[in-house]
Design a protein around this ligand. Structure first.
Ligand SMILES: [Zn+2]
Length: 266
């Protein structure tokens, strides 16, 4: 075997084992699956994009993203799912407003990507969805009978997922800084969209744009207080999740409580 063959062999071995962790168990070494394999599929019109995106993602972000998601959710991929399906496809009529979607609550290991954008923005969409995936797969694994609450499971869930996503984007140099106002707006937009879906009405919450509206002084103060609270809480969350005293599932309930009073001086 030439040196080049040998190097190729080692590379092949490492590639095969990149999702596995070898754990020494006394005399024996046991190989554990560290995180799921991502299986990409593409429907008509999306094939070329996925062919381009998949190696880009695997090469640049997959391993780091899996690790950072564990770090900032305080949850572990192990034993959640052997693989995650990611399908790039045309959205249905009622999915049009989302860039990507995770099939929660029942199949959180199934992700759809709708927008054909740059590889960087697709990576961001996928990271956001993988955070939904790890959280809801953990609920499923623990067989909690999870009742869906409007505030906790829609607003707080989306807001937290977005905050953790942003933190990971910064770590991966996909963005520069936290945008708390953006995260709050995202939480409300996704809630409005899902509420519209539940009510069976058409809404276009993604068109929430600054239109020169002058908020009242009272509203402005509430907004400032909410953002202040959110920022303070998230910094604390990051400290606690790193020491293992909290995780993303507990944090969803904390966010719901955080905004039970939105003004500071109460
Ligand atoms: Zn989301």
């Amino acid at each position: 075997m030439s040196a080049a063959d040998k190097a190729d062999g080692i590379k092949g071995f490492l590639k095969l084992n990149k999702n596995r962790r070898i754990v020494s168990n006394g005399a024996r070494s046991v190989t554990l699956r560290e995180w799921p394999d991502i299986v990409f599929q593409a429907k008509r019109g999306y094939k070329a994009k996925v062919r381009d995106f998949e190696p880009f993602w695997k090469e640049n972000y997959e391993r780091k993203a899996f690790k950072l998601i564990e770090k900032y959710t305080g949850l572990q991929w192990r034993r959640l799912a052997s693989h995650i399906e990611v399908v790039a496809r045309q959205p249905n009529e009622n999915q049009k407003v989302f860039a990507a979607l995770t099939d929660i609550p029942r199949r959180p290991y199934s992700i759809s990507l709708f927008d054909v954008k740059s590889n960087e923005s697709l990576s961001k969409d996928l990271i956001h969805e993988l955070i939904h995936s790890i959280m809801w797969s953990t609920y499923l694994r623990d067989q909690r009978t999870k009742k869906i609450g409007l505030f906790d499971d829609i607003f707080a869930d989306e807001l937290l997922t977005e905050l953790i996503s942003q933190k990971i984007y910064i770590r991966l140099r996909l963005s520069k800084k936290m945008d708390y106002r953006g995260a709050l707006q995202y939480g409300f937009e996704t809630s409005l969209e899902k509420i519209a879906d539940i009510l069976g009405v058409k809404a276009d919450p993604w068109k929430l744009k600054k239109d020169g509206r002058k908020s009242s002084a009272a509203a402005k103060n509430l907004r400032k207080d909410m953002l202040k609270k959110l920022e303070k809480w998230f910094r604390e969350y990051l400290r606690n999740v790193e020491t293992g005293t909290t995780n993303a599932l507990k944090a969803v309930n904390e966010i719901a409580n955080l905004f039970s009073n939105i003004s500071e001086n109460q």
